[in-house]
Design a binder for this molecule. Structure first.
Ligand code: CU
Length: 370
């Protein structure tokens, strides 16, 4: 997998936690050797989210502490017809604003550990962090006005530490002015990993994919303009016209996801948008292995529908070389503001898996309409 600066930062966090825990951890880059088909326990592959940091927090005793700051950030979400939008994102507290993203950092903890959130608010309005799908105590639920006083601008709140309950894929998002703040981007993934996994079940690549839809717009009636704020309301057609994976449409996401023949590829899907999506992989079957944080008997699928607030984990074995798209099957979600890419190619809620050794994806594939 191609590593950018953010991912390298994530990997240095992995090195740090390795030092802290003594656990041997591995990534897709070095988990490709003998035994991949065996029953021997191996260190579980750490999820990565392309373009987003992996945050392994700080382990203190039996508690992993995640320090996150909510902040408005200008993010490249596409290459046409606009490039950037002002979204609400999360960053590791103390890092530069340029490290902030929507979705926020992918949080990684291990089974048996407690988790704890320390939330700083750099927005101009109150906010909160709600851990979505874990077994949090009421005082860590983050629901404004019900069990939680929102975190005021310029302040920091330390949540109680707690046992998340079980391994799996979960999420975090704002639960203050949710209808405004969530469509603007205050979401992210939480993953609780078993420390070891049977080699044959351990993916070589484990990718987080958060599904989001934005409406970049100006108050004066102009829409999809450069640098427009992501507004919480749908456009005049009732649409959030930018459908994204990990806060970016395919053309802005930094190229295809590189895989190798024989890899077991795992995708952790989280639908943080307000609509259902129907995720489809070309060329290979997928296997559904986890529904909303709970293992499920493996089911072979070609398309997986996912409702708002759900998270599914799917896997596929890379056994059909080439360049294969993974995308939402709603036609309107394969475009940026209703515009398809070069030669009518789908963009929007889409990623390409590229087998090493296969012909490269044409450089102009994601270009503006011809
Ligand atoms: Cu969709």
């Amino acid at each position: 997998m191609k590593l950018n600066g953010k991912m390298l930062a994530g990997l240095s966090a992995i090195a740090l936690v390795t030092a802290l825990t003594g656990a041997q951890v591995s990534t897709g880059a070095n988990n490709d050797g003998p035994g991949r088909d065996g029953n021997a326990p191996v260190a579980t592959t750490i999820p990565t989210t392309p373009g987003v940091d992996t945050d392994m927090g700080e382990l203190q005793g039996d508690t992993r502490i995640f320090r996150l700051t909510a902040v408005e950030v200008t993010q490249q979400i596409a290459t046409f017809p606009i490039k950037t939008a002002k979204v609400l994102g999360w960053k590791a507290t103390g890092s530069d604003d340029i490290k902030a993203s929507s979705p926020g950092p992918t949080l990684v903890s291990y089974e048996g550990e407690k988790v704890q959130f320390v939330v700083t608010n750099d927005l101009d309005q109150p906010t909160s962090l709600h851990p979505h799908g874990t077994h949090e105590p009421n005082a860590a639920d983050g629901v404004a006005g019900i069990d939680f006083e929102p975190v005021k601008p310029g302040t920091t709140r330390t949540y109680p530490a707690y046992q998340p309950g079980h391994a799996g894929t979960f999420a975090y998002h704002t639960h203050t002015k949710t209808a405004e703040q969530e469509p603007r981007g205050l979401v992210g993934l939480i993953t609780i990993l078993p420390k070891t996994t049977q080699a044959k079940q351990n993916p070589q690549i484990d990718i987080g994919m958060t599904l989001q839809q934005f409406n970049p717009s100006w108050d004066d009636g102009r829409t999809v303009s450069e640098g427009a704020p992501a507004v919480p309301k749908p456009d005049e057609r009732g649409m959030f016209p930018f459908s994204t994976i990990n806060g970016k449409t395919g053309d802005a996401a930094g190229g295809p996801i590189n895989i190798n023949q024989g890899d077991l590829v795992q995708i952790r899907l989280y639908n943080a948008s307000g609509m259902a999506h129907s995720m489809h992989l070309h060329g290979m079957d997928m296997t559904l292995v986890d529904i909303n944080g709970h293992p499920t008997p493996p089911t072979t699928i070609t398309t997986q529908a996912i409702e708002p607030g759900e998270f599914f984990t799917v896997q596929f074995r890379a056994n059909n070389p080439g360049n294969w798209v993974f995308h939402c099957s709603f036609p309107g979600h394969q475009a940026n503001a209703s515009e398809s890419g070069y030669q009518g190619a789908p963009v929007g809620m889409l990623r390409i898996f590229h087998y090493s050794g296969s012909a490269p994806v044409p450089a102009d594939y994601f270009g503006s309409p011809s």
